[in-house]
Design a protein around this ligand. Structure first.
Ligand SMILES: CC(C)(COP(=O)(O)OP(=O)(O)OC[C@H]1O[C@@H](n2cnc3c(N)ncnc32)[C@H](O[C@H]2O[C@H](COP(=O)(O)OP(=O)(O)OP(=O)(O)O)[C@@H](O)[C@H]2O)[C@@H]1O)[C@@H](O)C(=O)NCCC(=O)NCCS
Ligand SMILES: Nc1ncnc2[nH]cnc12
Length: 298
């Protein structure tokens, strides 16, 4: 266990989750998404609002880590997380004046926090994601009848959406986003470019219901192919890749679409990445206590 008790676990995972969300928003330039330079395809959001939204979620993330610490994946925990998650959504909407900034992120990060708190060993991302997946597969008796954009896309086009991604053990985090992030780092490009490559790799294969809801399947395919093309150029550090990234951004803004689900899964990737760095540091230094925000710089 890298935490001594449930309080420490909740605080550490809460800090890391908020830091991951802020890192995602601050990553610039992202195609169609809110970043530090523009609001992308969104008329009702900007970076300050997204950061306020991220911070408003700390208590919920902390509570999820606390609730899951040293526990096991079962129906009771799933329902507890769902209750905390719905409270988190209410806080987010209060903070943003009713704008849905991070619903998908609460879902993905909440489950991964719980997975990490159960496993207690942060340097095994696959195991954490699989544990999160087992939680997602339990039913939640109190779930509302879904009328969301994601549900409509799932019903119309048969895609699995955010629920499917979680139930499958977050393949776009552990098999796509994380390997591309780490491979890109190994080629010694700037950290920002490694994160952009990771986002593009997620976009190239995710059935993002945000894109489908606003643009249909045709738009999804256009975006997936454009993201893949940038990676085939050698990623955003290549001249052609960087130019194509600017073009993709303009195209998404013109089409008024945004890969919000991919952004959430990039945040989830950054979360598991930093958690495993902390965990390895903990092992190398022979343990020690969790020093609050100091860990987030690792
Ligand atoms: C299970 C839930 C995730 C609900 O899922 P559902 O699909 O029914 O509902 P949505 O509200 O559509 O939420 C899904 C959000 O997940 C992101 N996402 C999309 N595709 C994927 C994917 N393939 N894999 C993973 N994640 C995906 C995405 O989130 C981002 O987009 C949000 C903005 O979307 P939207 O409201 O559609 O925004 P606009 O385009 O602006 O809409 P219009 O104005 O045009 O109408 C933004 O929040 C990003 O985060 C999807 O939106 C889950 O939420 C749930 O059941 N919660 C209940 C509580 C619970 O159980 N919690 C568990 C705690 S661990
Ligand atoms: N940066 C971002 N812009 C728009 N929607 C998002 N959903 C999650 N992150 C986002």
């Amino acid at each position: 266990m890298i935490w001594r008790n449930a309080e420490q676990c909740g605080q550490c995972l809460g800090d890391l989750a908020v830091a991951a969300l802020i890192d995602e928003v601050e990553l610039t330039p992202k195609p169609g998404l809110v970043d530090l330079q523009s609001s992308g395809s969104h008329k009702d959001m900007n970076a300050a609002l997204m950061i306020a939204s991220a911070r408003s979620l700390y208590d919920s993330f902390e509570a999820m880590g606390y609730a899951a610490y040293g526990g096991e994946s079962n129906k009771e925990l799933r329902e507890t997380l769902a209750r905390i998650g719905r409270d988190g959504e209410r806080n987010m909407l209060q903070t943003t004046g009713g704008i849905n900034t991070h619903r998908g992120a609460i879902w993905a990060l909440g489950l991964l926090i719980a997975g990490a708190a159960i496993c207690g060993n942060g340097d095994a991302p696959e195991q954490i994601a699989e544990t999160a997946g087992t939680l997602a597969r339990f039913p939640d008796r109190h779930a509302l009848v879904p009328t969301s954009n994601g549900t409509k896309a799932m019903q119309t086009y048969g895609v699995k959406g955010a629920r499917g991604e979680a139930k499958d053990g977050f393949p776009h985090v552990v098999k796509v986003g994380l390997p591309v992030l780490r491979d890109s780092r190994r080629s010694k490009i700037p950290e920002k470019n490694a994160r952009l490559n990771s986002l593009l790799a997620i976009m190239a294969s995710l059935n993002d219901t945000c894109l489908i809801h606003r643009g249909g399947m045709e738009t999804l395919l256009v975006v997936q192919q454009a993201a893949q093309k940038i990676l085939d150029f050698g990623g955003v550090s290549s001249v052609a890749g960087w130019e194509s990234l600017q073009q993709l951004d303009q195209d998404l803004v013109t089409r008024h679409v945004s890969p919000g689900g991919s952004a959430d899964l990039l945040a989830a990737t950054l979360f598991v990445d930093r958690l495993s760095n902390i965990s390895l540091h903990h092992k190398e230094t022979g343990g020690g206590v969790y020093y609050g925000k100091a860990y987030t710089s690792l």
